[in-house]
Design a protein around this ligand. Sequence first.
Ligand code: RFL
Ligand code: PHB
Length: 391
Amino acid sequence: MRTDVAIIGAGPAGLLLAHLLAADGIASVVIETRSKEYVAARIRAGILESSSVELLRAAGLGTGIEAHGDEHRGIYLQWPSERHHLDFTELAGRSVWVYGQTQLQADLVAASEAAGRTVLYETSGAALHDLDTDHPFLTFVDATGTPQRVDAVAVAGCDGSFGPSRAALPAARTSTWERVYPYSWLGILADVAPSTDELIYAWHPDGFAMHSMRSATVSRLYLQVPNGTDTADWPDDRIWATLATRLGHGQDGWTLTPGPVADKSVLPMRSFVQSPMRHGRLFLAGDAAHTVPPTGAKGLNLAIADVALLAPALGRLIGKNDGALADAYSDTALRRVWRSEHFSWWMTTMLHISGDPFDAQLQLSQLRWVTSSTAGATGLAENYAGLPIGF
Ligand code: RFL
Ligand code: PHB
Protein backbone atom coordinates (compact mmCIF):
# COMPACT_ATOMS: atom_id res chain seq x y z
CA MET A 1 0.00 0.00 0.00
CA ARG A 2 1.10 3.57 -0.64
CA THR A 3 -0.27 6.65 1.10
CA ASP A 4 0.77 10.11 2.24
CA VAL A 5 0.74 9.58 6.02
CA ALA A 6 0.91 6.19 7.74
CA ILE A 7 -0.77 6.56 11.13
CA ILE A 8 -0.22 4.08 13.96
CA GLY A 9 -3.13 4.02 16.42
CA ALA A 10 -6.88 4.58 15.90
CA GLY A 11 -7.53 6.38 19.21
CA PRO A 12 -8.65 10.01 19.20
CA ALA A 13 -5.23 11.32 18.07
CA GLY A 14 -4.92 8.95 15.10
CA LEU A 15 -8.49 9.23 13.83
CA LEU A 16 -8.65 13.00 14.25
CA LEU A 17 -5.34 13.38 12.41
CA ALA A 18 -6.68 11.29 9.52
CA HIS A 19 -9.82 13.47 9.48
CA LEU A 20 -7.95 16.80 9.45
CA LEU A 21 -5.46 15.58 6.83
CA ALA A 22 -8.29 14.46 4.56
CA ALA A 23 -9.83 17.95 4.76
CA ASP A 24 -6.51 19.20 3.36
CA GLY A 25 -6.47 16.60 0.57
CA ILE A 26 -3.84 14.41 2.27
CA ALA A 27 -4.40 10.64 2.25
CA SER A 28 -3.65 8.35 5.17
CA VAL A 29 -3.79 4.74 6.28
CA VAL A 30 -4.44 4.04 9.98
CA ILE A 31 -3.41 0.77 11.63
CA GLU A 32 -4.64 -0.32 15.05
CA THR A 33 -3.88 -3.41 17.18
CA ARG A 34 -7.25 -3.61 18.89
CA SER A 35 -10.69 -4.29 17.43
CA LYS A 36 -12.97 -1.39 16.55
CA GLU A 37 -15.36 -2.49 19.32
CA TYR A 38 -12.60 -2.57 21.96
CA VAL A 39 -11.37 0.92 21.11
CA ALA A 40 -14.96 2.22 21.06
CA ALA A 41 -15.73 0.82 24.53
CA ARG A 42 -12.68 2.10 26.43
CA ILE A 43 -13.94 4.39 29.18
CA ARG A 44 -11.55 7.26 29.58
CA ALA A 45 -11.72 11.02 29.44
CA GLY A 46 -14.84 13.07 29.99
CA ILE A 47 -13.95 16.74 29.64
CA LEU A 48 -13.23 18.80 26.53
CA GLU A 49 -11.65 22.23 26.76
CA SER A 50 -13.26 25.04 24.81
CA SER A 51 -10.42 25.10 22.25
CA SER A 52 -10.89 21.34 21.65
CA VAL A 53 -14.61 21.92 21.08
CA GLU A 54 -13.89 24.83 18.70
CA LEU A 55 -11.46 22.70 16.72
CA LEU A 56 -13.87 19.75 16.51
CA ARG A 57 -16.71 22.04 15.42
CA ALA A 58 -14.54 23.68 12.74
CA ALA A 59 -13.62 20.20 11.48
CA GLY A 60 -17.31 19.28 11.08
CA LEU A 61 -17.27 17.05 14.16
CA GLY A 62 -19.47 19.19 16.42
CA THR A 63 -22.88 17.59 15.87
CA GLY A 64 -22.58 15.02 18.66
CA ILE A 65 -21.23 17.61 21.09
CA GLU A 66 -24.14 19.95 20.28
CA ALA A 67 -26.70 17.17 20.72
CA HIS A 68 -25.30 15.28 23.70
CA GLY A 69 -22.52 17.37 25.27
CA ASP A 70 -23.12 19.42 28.38
CA GLU A 71 -21.44 22.80 28.71
CA HIS A 72 -20.13 23.50 32.22
CA ARG A 73 -19.21 26.95 33.48
CA GLY A 74 -16.74 25.59 36.07
CA ILE A 75 -16.07 23.10 38.84
CA TYR A 76 -16.50 22.74 42.59
CA LEU A 77 -13.43 22.48 44.79
CA GLN A 78 -14.01 21.29 48.31
CA TRP A 79 -12.53 20.06 51.56
CA PRO A 80 -14.39 18.94 54.69
CA SER A 81 -17.11 21.45 55.53
CA GLU A 82 -16.37 23.81 52.62
CA ARG A 83 -17.43 23.68 48.98
CA HIS A 84 -16.56 26.48 46.54
CA HIS A 85 -17.60 26.98 42.93
CA LEU A 86 -15.04 28.33 40.46
CA ASP A 87 -16.77 29.93 37.48
CA PHE A 88 -14.34 29.57 34.56
CA THR A 89 -16.60 31.52 32.22
CA GLU A 90 -16.53 34.50 34.56
CA LEU A 91 -12.85 34.13 35.47
CA ALA A 92 -11.28 33.20 32.14
CA GLY A 93 -14.02 33.71 29.54
CA ARG A 94 -14.03 30.02 28.61
CA SER A 95 -16.17 27.00 29.51
CA VAL A 96 -15.58 23.23 29.31
CA TRP A 97 -17.79 20.47 27.92
CA VAL A 98 -18.72 17.13 29.41
CA TYR A 99 -18.43 14.79 26.44
CA GLY A 100 -17.09 11.29 26.92
CA GLN A 101 -14.11 10.01 24.99
CA THR A 102 -16.31 7.07 23.97
CA GLN A 103 -18.71 9.55 22.33
CA LEU A 104 -15.89 11.39 20.55
CA GLN A 105 -14.40 8.08 19.42
CA ALA A 106 -17.81 7.08 17.99
CA ASP A 107 -18.04 10.44 16.13
CA LEU A 108 -14.54 9.95 14.68
CA VAL A 109 -15.27 6.38 13.58
CA ALA A 110 -18.57 7.48 11.98
CA ALA A 111 -16.81 10.30 10.07
CA SER A 112 -14.04 7.96 8.99
CA GLU A 113 -16.47 5.35 7.73
CA ALA A 114 -18.68 7.91 5.98
CA ALA A 115 -15.62 9.18 4.09
CA GLY A 116 -14.41 5.65 3.32
CA ARG A 117 -10.99 6.16 4.90
CA THR A 118 -8.71 3.17 5.45
CA VAL A 119 -8.50 2.08 9.10
CA LEU A 120 -7.13 -1.42 9.61
CA TYR A 121 -8.06 -2.93 12.99
CA GLU A 122 -6.61 -6.02 14.69
CA THR A 123 -3.17 -5.63 13.15
CA SER A 124 -0.04 -6.92 14.88
CA GLY A 125 3.73 -6.55 14.80
CA ALA A 126 3.83 -2.92 13.59
CA ALA A 127 7.43 -1.91 12.81
CA LEU A 128 8.72 1.46 11.57
CA HIS A 129 11.43 1.67 8.90
CA ASP A 130 13.65 4.24 7.15
CA LEU A 131 12.48 7.14 9.29
CA ASP A 132 15.65 9.06 8.42
CA THR A 133 14.66 9.13 4.75
CA ASP A 134 11.83 10.87 2.88
CA HIS A 135 10.26 7.49 2.09
CA PRO A 136 9.57 5.80 5.45
CA PHE A 137 7.40 2.70 5.63
CA LEU A 138 5.56 0.49 8.09
CA THR A 139 5.34 -3.27 8.16
CA PHE A 140 2.69 -5.21 10.06
CA VAL A 141 0.47 -8.25 9.89
CA ASP A 142 -3.19 -7.59 9.09
CA ALA A 143 -6.29 -9.14 10.71
CA THR A 144 -6.21 -12.08 8.29
CA GLY A 145 -2.59 -12.92 9.20
CA THR A 146 -1.17 -11.50 5.95
CA PRO A 147 2.09 -9.46 6.15
CA GLN A 148 1.59 -5.90 4.85
CA ARG A 149 3.69 -2.88 4.02
CA VAL A 150 2.59 0.79 3.87
CA ASP A 151 4.91 3.26 2.12
CA ALA A 152 4.39 6.90 3.07
CA VAL A 153 5.88 10.36 3.07
CA ALA A 154 5.56 10.60 6.85
CA VAL A 155 4.63 8.37 9.80
CA ALA A 156 2.46 9.61 12.68
CA GLY A 157 2.94 7.76 15.96
CA CYS A 158 -0.49 8.05 17.63
CA ASP A 159 -0.14 4.72 19.41
CA GLY A 160 -0.47 5.76 23.04
CA SER A 161 2.05 5.37 25.82
CA PHE A 162 2.77 1.68 25.18
CA GLY A 163 3.00 1.72 21.37
CA PRO A 164 6.12 1.10 19.26
CA SER A 165 6.59 4.66 17.92
CA ARG A 166 8.24 6.04 21.01
CA ALA A 167 10.79 3.23 20.97
CA ALA A 168 11.66 4.13 17.35
CA LEU A 169 13.20 7.45 18.46
CA PRO A 170 16.99 7.05 18.80
CA ALA A 171 17.75 6.92 22.54
CA ALA A 172 20.88 9.05 22.15
CA ARG A 173 18.85 11.96 20.75
CA THR A 174 15.82 11.62 23.02
CA SER A 175 15.06 12.92 26.49
CA THR A 176 12.45 11.36 28.72
CA TRP A 177 10.97 12.91 31.85
CA GLU A 178 8.82 10.86 34.15
CA ARG A 179 7.05 11.07 37.51
CA VAL A 180 5.18 8.16 39.06
CA TYR A 181 2.73 9.07 41.83
CA PRO A 182 2.34 7.04 45.02
CA TYR A 183 -1.42 6.57 44.52
CA SER A 184 -3.96 5.46 41.92
CA TRP A 185 -7.61 6.14 41.08
CA LEU A 186 -10.41 3.67 41.49
CA GLY A 187 -12.98 4.76 38.91
CA ILE A 188 -16.60 3.72 38.53
CA LEU A 189 -19.22 4.36 35.91
CA ALA A 190 -22.68 4.25 37.50
CA ASP A 191 -26.17 4.19 36.00
CA VAL A 192 -27.49 6.95 38.20
CA ALA A 193 -28.22 10.64 37.67
CA PRO A 194 -25.29 12.79 38.82
CA SER A 195 -25.71 14.20 42.35
CA THR A 196 -24.16 17.48 41.18
CA ASP A 197 -24.63 19.92 38.31
CA GLU A 198 -20.86 20.38 37.76
CA LEU A 199 -17.78 18.30 38.66
CA ILE A 200 -16.70 18.11 42.31
CA TYR A 201 -13.00 17.78 43.17
CA ALA A 202 -12.74 16.90 46.88
CA TRP A 203 -9.74 17.03 49.19
CA HIS A 204 -10.32 14.74 52.18
CA PRO A 205 -7.94 13.45 54.90
CA ASP A 206 -8.84 9.87 53.85
CA GLY A 207 -7.92 10.61 50.23
CA PHE A 208 -9.10 12.51 47.15
CA ALA A 209 -12.54 11.90 45.62
CA MET A 210 -14.16 13.22 42.49
CA HIS A 211 -17.68 13.32 41.09
CA SER A 212 -17.87 13.57 37.32
CA MET A 213 -20.56 12.51 34.87
CA ARG A 214 -21.26 11.41 31.33
CA SER A 215 -24.92 12.37 30.90
CA ALA A 216 -28.11 13.13 32.83
CA THR A 217 -28.35 9.43 33.71
CA VAL A 218 -24.72 8.30 33.97
CA SER A 219 -22.24 9.31 36.69
CA ARG A 220 -18.48 8.84 36.76
CA LEU A 221 -16.76 8.88 40.16
CA TYR A 222 -13.21 8.38 41.35
CA LEU A 223 -11.45 7.62 44.65
CA GLN A 224 -7.78 7.94 45.55
CA VAL A 225 -6.54 4.43 46.44
CA PRO A 226 -3.07 2.97 47.11
CA ASN A 227 -1.04 1.72 44.15
CA GLY A 228 -1.64 -1.97 43.56
CA THR A 229 -5.29 -1.80 44.68
CA ASP A 230 -7.42 -4.73 43.49
CA THR A 231 -11.03 -3.93 42.52
CA ALA A 232 -12.02 -7.21 44.20
CA ASP A 233 -11.36 -5.50 47.55
CA TRP A 234 -13.82 -2.76 46.64
CA PRO A 235 -17.38 -4.09 46.51
CA ASP A 236 -19.93 -1.50 45.39
CA ASP A 237 -21.16 -0.78 48.94
CA ARG A 238 -17.65 0.05 50.11
CA ILE A 239 -17.12 2.37 47.14
CA TRP A 240 -20.37 4.28 47.69
CA ALA A 241 -19.78 4.58 51.44
CA THR A 242 -16.24 5.90 50.86
CA LEU A 243 -17.45 8.32 48.19
CA ALA A 244 -20.20 9.55 50.53
CA THR A 245 -17.67 10.28 53.29
CA ARG A 246 -15.10 11.97 51.10
CA LEU A 247 -17.59 13.95 49.01
CA GLY A 248 -19.41 15.21 52.11
CA HIS A 249 -22.79 13.45 51.99
CA GLY A 250 -25.08 15.17 54.48
CA GLN A 251 -23.15 18.44 54.60
CA ASP A 252 -25.33 21.50 54.04
CA GLY A 253 -28.10 19.21 52.84
CA TRP A 254 -26.07 17.74 49.93
CA THR A 255 -26.60 14.04 49.28
CA LEU A 256 -24.85 11.50 47.09
CA THR A 257 -27.24 9.12 45.34
CA PRO A 258 -25.72 5.67 44.76
CA GLY A 259 -26.72 3.46 41.85
CA PRO A 260 -25.78 0.34 39.87
CA VAL A 261 -22.06 0.20 39.03
CA ALA A 262 -21.59 -0.55 35.32
CA ASP A 263 -17.79 -0.48 35.25
CA LYS A 264 -14.98 -0.47 37.80
CA SER A 265 -11.25 -0.06 37.21
CA VAL A 266 -8.01 1.09 38.83
CA LEU A 267 -5.73 3.48 37.02
CA PRO A 268 -2.19 4.33 38.05
CA MET A 269 -1.01 7.93 37.68
CA ARG A 270 2.03 8.95 35.73
CA SER A 271 3.48 12.09 34.20
CA PHE A 272 5.66 11.42 31.21
CA VAL A 273 7.19 13.53 28.41
CA GLN A 274 9.27 12.35 25.47
CA SER A 275 11.23 15.02 23.64
CA PRO A 276 11.61 15.81 20.80
CA MET A 277 8.26 14.64 19.48
CA ARG A 278 9.81 14.07 16.08
CA HIS A 279 12.61 12.06 14.52
CA GLY A 280 13.15 12.40 10.76
CA ARG A 281 9.80 11.60 9.16
CA LEU A 282 8.26 10.20 12.38
CA PHE A 283 6.00 12.57 14.32
CA LEU A 284 4.52 11.63 17.72
CA ALA A 285 1.14 12.92 18.88
CA GLY A 286 -0.98 12.41 22.00
CA ASP A 287 -0.20 9.83 24.67
CA ALA A 288 2.60 8.42 22.49
CA ALA A 289 4.63 11.52 23.40
CA HIS A 290 3.28 12.44 26.83
CA THR A 291 0.93 11.39 29.57
CA VAL A 292 -0.49 13.29 32.53
CA PRO A 293 -2.31 12.18 35.67
CA PRO A 294 -6.05 12.65 34.99
CA THR A 295 -6.69 15.24 37.73
CA GLY A 296 -6.41 18.18 35.33
CA ALA A 297 -8.52 16.55 32.57
CA LYS A 298 -5.77 17.28 30.06
CA GLY A 299 -4.79 14.02 28.31
CA LEU A 300 -7.41 13.95 25.57
CA ASN A 301 -7.21 17.71 25.09
CA LEU A 302 -3.44 17.55 24.63
CA ALA A 303 -3.86 14.81 22.03
CA ILE A 304 -6.33 17.04 20.15
CA ALA A 305 -4.00 20.06 20.43
CA ASP A 306 -1.01 18.07 19.09
CA VAL A 307 -3.00 16.92 16.11
CA ALA A 308 -4.27 20.45 15.47
CA LEU A 309 -0.61 21.46 14.98
CA LEU A 310 0.54 18.31 13.21
CA ALA A 311 -2.15 18.20 10.52
CA PRO A 312 -1.26 21.58 8.93
CA ALA A 313 2.45 20.82 9.37
CA LEU A 314 2.12 17.58 7.41
CA GLY A 315 -0.22 19.31 4.95
CA ARG A 316 2.47 21.88 4.14
CA LEU A 317 5.24 19.27 4.04
CA ILE A 318 3.39 16.94 1.71
CA GLY A 319 1.23 19.37 -0.28
CA LYS A 320 3.76 22.18 -0.76
CA ASN A 321 7.08 20.48 0.00
CA ASP A 322 7.55 23.08 2.74
CA GLY A 323 8.97 21.66 5.98
CA ALA A 324 8.88 24.82 8.11
CA LEU A 325 5.86 23.88 10.22
CA ALA A 326 7.00 20.26 10.49
CA ASP A 327 10.38 21.47 11.76
CA ALA A 328 8.65 23.69 14.34
CA TYR A 329 6.10 21.02 15.40
CA SER A 330 7.91 19.48 18.35
CA ASP A 331 8.97 22.77 19.98
CA THR A 332 5.55 24.34 19.46
CA ALA A 333 3.67 21.31 20.81
CA LEU A 334 5.98 20.89 23.79
CA ARG A 335 5.25 24.42 25.07
CA ARG A 336 1.62 23.47 25.63
CA VAL A 337 2.54 19.96 26.77
CA TRP A 338 4.72 21.29 29.58
CA ARG A 339 2.06 23.79 30.66
CA SER A 340 -0.42 20.92 30.91
CA GLU A 341 2.15 18.71 32.63
CA HIS A 342 2.62 21.37 35.26
CA PHE A 343 -1.10 22.01 35.71
CA SER A 344 -1.88 18.28 35.99
CA TRP A 345 0.95 17.75 38.52
CA TRP A 346 -0.23 20.81 40.47
CA MET A 347 -3.89 19.74 40.63
CA THR A 348 -2.80 16.21 41.55
CA THR A 349 -0.41 17.19 44.33
CA MET A 350 -2.84 19.81 45.69
CA LEU A 351 -5.68 17.32 46.05
CA HIS A 352 -4.21 13.89 46.89
CA ILE A 353 -3.18 12.81 50.36
CA SER A 354 0.53 12.00 50.47
CA GLY A 355 0.58 10.84 54.09
CA ASP A 356 2.77 13.77 55.16
CA PRO A 357 0.88 16.10 57.58
CA PHE A 358 2.96 19.10 56.46
CA ASP A 359 1.85 18.49 52.85
CA ALA A 360 -1.77 18.42 54.05
CA GLN A 361 -1.48 21.86 55.63
CA LEU A 362 0.15 23.27 52.48
CA GLN A 363 -2.65 21.78 50.37
CA LEU A 364 -5.38 23.31 52.51
CA SER A 365 -3.64 26.66 52.42
CA GLN A 366 -3.40 26.45 48.63
CA LEU A 367 -7.06 25.43 48.32
CA ARG A 368 -8.14 28.35 50.48
CA TRP A 369 -6.12 30.74 48.34
CA VAL A 370 -7.35 29.33 45.03
CA THR A 371 -10.98 29.61 46.16
CA SER A 372 -10.75 33.04 47.79
CA SER A 373 -8.37 35.05 45.60
CA THR A 374 -9.45 36.11 42.11
CA ALA A 375 -5.82 35.82 40.97
CA GLY A 376 -5.55 32.27 42.32
CA ALA A 377 -8.90 31.21 40.90
CA THR A 378 -8.17 32.77 37.51
CA GLY A 379 -4.92 30.80 37.18
CA LEU A 380 -6.74 27.54 37.78
CA ALA A 381 -9.61 28.55 35.48
CA GLU A 382 -7.31 29.54 32.57
CA ASN A 383 -5.42 26.28 32.75
CA TYR A 384 -8.43 24.01 33.28
CA ALA A 385 -10.63 25.60 30.61
CA GLY A 386 -7.59 25.46 28.34
CA LEU A 387 -5.18 27.79 26.67
CA PRO A 388 -5.52 28.66 22.97
CA ILE A 389 -4.25 25.89 20.63
CA GLY A 390 -1.25 27.97 19.56
CA PHE A 391 -0.16 28.71 23.14
P1 RFL B 1 -4.96 6.32 22.93
O1 RFL B 1 -6.38 6.68 23.14
O2 RFL B 1 -4.29 5.48 23.95
O3 RFL B 1 -4.89 5.61 21.51
C1 RFL B 1 -3.71 4.97 21.06
C2 RFL B 1 -4.12 3.82 20.16
O4 RFL B 1 -2.96 3.18 19.64
C3 RFL B 1 -3.19 1.79 19.63
N1 RFL B 1 -1.91 1.06 19.56
C4 RFL B 1 -1.44 0.51 18.43
N2 RFL B 1 -1.92 0.47 17.18
C5 RFL B 1 -1.20 -0.23 16.25
N3 RFL B 1 -0.03 -0.88 16.53
C6 RFL B 1 0.48 -0.86 17.78
N4 RFL B 1 1.60 -1.52 18.06
C7 RFL B 1 -0.24 -0.14 18.80
N5 RFL B 1 -0.02 0.08 20.11
C8 RFL B 1 -1.04 0.82 20.56
C9 RFL B 1 -3.96 1.56 20.92
O5 RFL B 1 -4.66 0.32 20.91
C10 RFL B 1 -4.89 2.76 20.94
O6 RFL B 1 -6.12 2.50 20.31
O7 RFL B 1 -4.05 7.59 22.73
P2 RFL B 1 -4.41 9.04 22.07
O8 RFL B 1 -5.14 8.85 20.77
O9 RFL B 1 -3.15 9.79 22.11
O10 RFL B 1 -5.47 9.69 23.06
C11 RFL B 1 -5.09 10.05 24.36
C12 RFL B 1 -6.26 9.87 25.32
O11 RFL B 1 -6.83 8.60 25.14
C13 RFL B 1 -5.83 10.05 26.79
O12 RFL B 1 -4.90 11.08 26.92
C14 RFL B 1 -7.01 10.38 27.69
O13 RFL B 1 -7.93 9.32 27.74
C15 RFL B 1 -6.53 10.69 29.12
N6 RFL B 1 -7.63 10.90 30.07
C16 RFL B 1 -8.30 12.12 30.13
N7 RFL B 1 -7.98 13.12 29.30
C17 RFL B 1 -8.69 14.28 29.30
O14 RFL B 1 -8.39 15.18 28.50
N8 RFL B 1 -9.74 14.51 30.15
C18 RFL B 1 -10.13 13.57 31.03
O15 RFL B 1 -11.12 13.79 31.74
C19 RFL B 1 -9.39 12.33 31.07
N9 RFL B 1 -9.75 11.35 31.90
C20 RFL B 1 -8.08 9.88 30.89
C21 RFL B 1 -9.16 10.13 31.79
C22 RFL B 1 -7.51 8.62 30.82
C23 RFL B 1 -7.98 7.60 31.61
N10 RFL B 1 -7.33 6.36 31.46
C24 RFL B 1 -7.86 5.11 31.71
C25 RFL B 1 -6.01 6.30 30.86
C26 RFL B 1 -9.64 9.15 32.60
C27 RFL B 1 -9.07 7.88 32.51
C28 RFL B 1 -9.67 6.84 33.40
C1 PHB C 1 -13.92 12.02 33.82
O1 PHB C 1 -15.10 12.42 33.69
O2 PHB C 1 -13.61 10.86 33.55
C2 PHB C 1 -12.90 12.95 34.33
C3 PHB C 1 -13.22 14.29 34.50
C4 PHB C 1 -12.26 15.16 35.01
C5 PHB C 1 -11.00 14.68 35.33
C6 PHB C 1 -10.69 13.35 35.15
C7 PHB C 1 -11.64 12.46 34.65
O3 PHB C 1 -10.11 15.54 35.85
